[in-house]
Design a binder for this molecule. Structure first.
Ligand code: PRP
Length: 197
């Protein structure tokens, strides 16, 4: 079995992020939304998203949150601790929570409850990857880049902290093998080779 294969190329990601930006700009025309990036995975997506929005002509604010889940990874509790909070109030703002991936939905569901209490005018979720089949909450992603079930790395998504800076999204096919040798994929995608094929 191949260890991994390219799932979304750099060009496909570029085009999809542009489409999402255009959709956001249309829906929020005349507004100046606040995009809330949930660290760390979403920063690369956020950076591209806001640049596309800027090119389309929309001014935005950005802010950052860092959260950490309580409980074991195998048994998520759905309770999240805010490690780094926002620096600006949400009252009356159009707020978009920007995520790299929504999986079980527990993290974002918790965040939405916490942020709703701060009286935003609207609160929506924009995620690059929507792993909808894994959802155990009733959360729906308002703006989803790709719907995908696979274990993806690259473009912000990591494997034990690595590979976030790959320019494309790669599906790890043999997770067990990569877990034994986390550096195994480095050779395959050295210098982003193949990321645009
Ligand atoms: C990822 C992602 C979400 C969460 C989604 O973060 O950015 O915050 O997991 O999972 P859920 O829907 O099952 O709650 P991760 O913990 O990998 O942190 P990172 O962004 O710093 O890599």
């Amino acid at each position: 079995m191949a260890l991994a294969e390219i799932r979304y190329t750099q060009n496909q990601i570029h085009d999809r992020v542009h489409d999402l930006a255009a959709e956001l700009c249309t829906n929020l025309e005349g507004q100046r939304p606040l995009l809330v990036s949930v660290l760390k995975g979403s920063v690369i997506f956020l950076a591209d998203l806001v640049r596309h929005m800027g090119q389309i002509g929309m001014d935005v604010d950005v802010d950052f949150m860092s959260i950490s889940a309580y409980g074991a990874e195998s048994e998520p509790s759905g309770v999240v601790r805010i490690v780094k909070d926002l620096e600006q109030p949400l009252d009356g703002r159009h707020v978009i929570v920007v995520e790299d991936i929504v999986d079980t939905g527990l993290s974002v569901s918790y965040l939405l409850r916490a942020l709703t209490a701060r009286n935003p005018r609207t609160l929506r979720v924009c995620a690059l990857i929507d792993k909808a089949v894994r959802r155990i909450t009733d959360l729906e992603v308002d703006y989803a880049g790709f719907i995908c079930e696979e274990f993806l790395i690259g473009y912000g998504l990591d494997f034990q902290g690595r590979y976030r800076n790959l320019p494309c999204l790669i599906a790890v096919k043999d997770v067990a093998a990569v877990a034994i040798e986390p550096g195994a994929l480095e050779r395959l995608f050295e210098k982003g080779h193949g990321c645009n094929e």
